[in-house]
Design a protein around this ligand. Structure first.
Ligand SMILES: *[C@@H]1O[C@H](CO)[C@@H](O)[C@H](O)[C@H]1NC(C)=O
Ligand SMILES: *[C@@H]1O[C@H](CO)[C@@H](O)[C@H](O)[C@H]1NC(C)=O
Ligand SMILES: *[C@@H]1O[C@H](CO)[C@@H](O)[C@H](O)[C@H]1NC(C)=O
Ligand SMILES: *[C@@H]1O[C@H](CO)[C@@H](O)[C@H](O)[C@H]1NC(C)=O
Ligand SMILES: *[C@@H]1O[C@H](CO)[C@@H](O)[C@H](O)[C@H]1NC(C)=O
Ligand SMILES: *[C@@H]1O[C@H](CO)[C@@H](O)[C@H](O)[C@H]1NC(C)=O
Ligand SMILES: *[C@@H]1O[C@H](CO)[C@@H](O)[C@H](O)[C@H]1NC(C)=O
Ligand SMILES: [Cu+2]
Length: 352
């Protein structure tokens, strides 16, 4: 089951060794490198520190202009509001990977600088827990989890996914009933996926308080997040195929879409999904796989495919190394070429 991962680690080790032979630039992190670990490998202290920092982000006042975005009530909401407003620029397109790399890094940085969490951003390795999410360290509902399942909602039909696909729901579907985020209030949404096609109404900024909703779905998690599904992504040889196997809007959700659907509904809100604290661990895993895929061959590092409009729409040009990307109040604008290498340009972390 883990043989392919092992192969990638060997490749990674070889690639790291070659950093000294001049083919790669030297890391610019000067030894200050955070270790990003799988949630299940964190110590209890690390888990509690992370949870407490997320709660801190939910308590600190927003930096967003609340005249413009009245729904923003916290620093966490800054991240959610920015993601909502940029959803149709940064998904299913050529800046998805690089934009989210910096987005997660900005979150990791805010957790440290504003909320005292000194460790690396944890990630969620889907394959480890896909057949039993409710007993995984991340979602078991204990004080060291990010809360568990939602209350049973008997009124769920199937999920309908693009091109007539249908996926079953599981046994949750209501507000989470246990764990640290049982009292979390989400400020925005929920938003219908159809808005991905039409765009958001201008009143998306309204405060619409509701609970964190989950429906832990082992069927979906196993179908899209098992080790074979990861291997399929890692076996691609160009970035277009990597992107297309990682994500999809039809029944081929890929591990990216599958992860969102397997935790539902807050995490599968295409716009407001960063409201579920699991978002940053899910995207940590995506970033980890992209990094592992990139280091197999230097030319993959610089490879780009698509525009900066959802579904690679043609109202923005093909992304280049010079394409400028933005994160609003969260951080400074950056060129795409600065976002492609872990270990450089401030991305001072590594995956364990
Ligand atoms: C917030 O936005 C309003 C409306 O656009 C504007 O008048 C105000 O100056 C902004 N406040 C800040 C602090 O930028
Ligand atoms: C949303 O993004 C657009 C385009 O980047 C920007 O002009 C606008 O001010 C943003 N709106 C809010 C409410 O942040
Ligand atoms: C729900 O999805 C499952 C799995 O795809 C499928 O077998 C079943 O027929 C669907 N049920 C409905 C009512 O569409
Ligand atoms: C949730 O709120 C209830 C009622 O105020 C409180 O008793 C409980 O400790 C809170 N739980 C958490 C995890 O914050
Ligand atoms: C936003 O406006 C739409 C109509 O355009 C309306 O259906 C919806 O309820 C409004 N949402 C909020 C939060 O006010
Ligand atoms: C595991 O993933 C592969 C590739 O996505 C998929 O074809 C297969 O059906 C999955 N296995 C299960 C049991 O869902
Ligand atoms: C991935 O590639 C390896 C090596 O070529 C191969 O053994 C494996 O079967 C492939 N896995 C998938 C899921 O395609
Ligand atoms: Cu996103």
């Amino acid at each position: 089951m883990f043989s392919t991962s092992l192969a990638y680690w060997l490749l990674l080790a070889i690639s790291s060794a070659s950093i000294t032979d001049g083919r790669h630039h030297h890391s610019s992190c000067h030894g200050k490198v955070k270790v990003r670990k799988e949630w299940g490998s964190l110590t209890k202290t690390e888990k509690l520190s992370y949870i407490s920092a997320v709660k801190c982000m939910q308590t600190l006042p927003p930096e967003t202009n609340t005249t413009v975005v009245p729904g923003a009530r916290s620093r966490h909401d800054d991240f959610i509001a920015l993601h909502i407003n940029m959803t149709r620029s940064v998904h299913l397109d050529g800046i998805f990977l690089s934009w989210h790399r910096n987005y997660v890094h900005l979150w990791e940085t805010a957790l440290e600088e504003e909320c005292g969490y000194p460790y690396g951003q944890p990630y969620w390795n889907w394959a480890l827990w896909c057949d039993d999410l409710a007993h995984s360290p991340l979602f078991d509902g204990s004080e060291t989890s990010l809360s568990g399942d939602g209350a049973h909602n008997p009124d769920q039909g199937n999920y309908t996914v693009g091109n007539g696909g249908s996926l079953p729901h599981a046994n949750g579907g209501g507000c989470v009933t246990s764990g640290p985020f049982v009292n979390q209030t989400i400020s925005f949404g929920p938003f219908d996926f159809a808005l991905a096609f039409t765009g958001l109404p201008s009143n998306w900024t309204t405060y619409t308080p509701h609970c964190l909703v989950r429906d832990l779905n082992n069927y979906v998690a196993t179908r899209y997040g098992n080790q074979t599904a990861i291997d399929v992504v890692m076996n691609t040889t160009n970035v277009e195929d990597f992107q297309n196997t990682m994500s999809g809007a039809d029944i081929n959700l890929g591990p990216h879409g599958g992860g969102h659907f397997s935790i539902g509904y807050s995490l599968l809100d295409f716009f407001a999904s960063p409201a579920d604290p699991a978002f940053f661990l899910h995207h940590g895993m995506i970033d980890r796989l992209w990094m592992m895929w990139q280091v197999v061959d230097e030319k993959r590092v610089w490879e780009l495919s698509g525009t900066s409009t959802i579904f690679n729409g043609n109202d923005t040009p093909e992304v280049t190394l010079e394409t400028m990307q933005t994160w609003g109040v969260l951080g400074k604008d950056r060129k795409t070429k600065e976002l492609l290498r872990v270990g450089h340009e401030g991305f001072c972390y590594e995956y364990m």
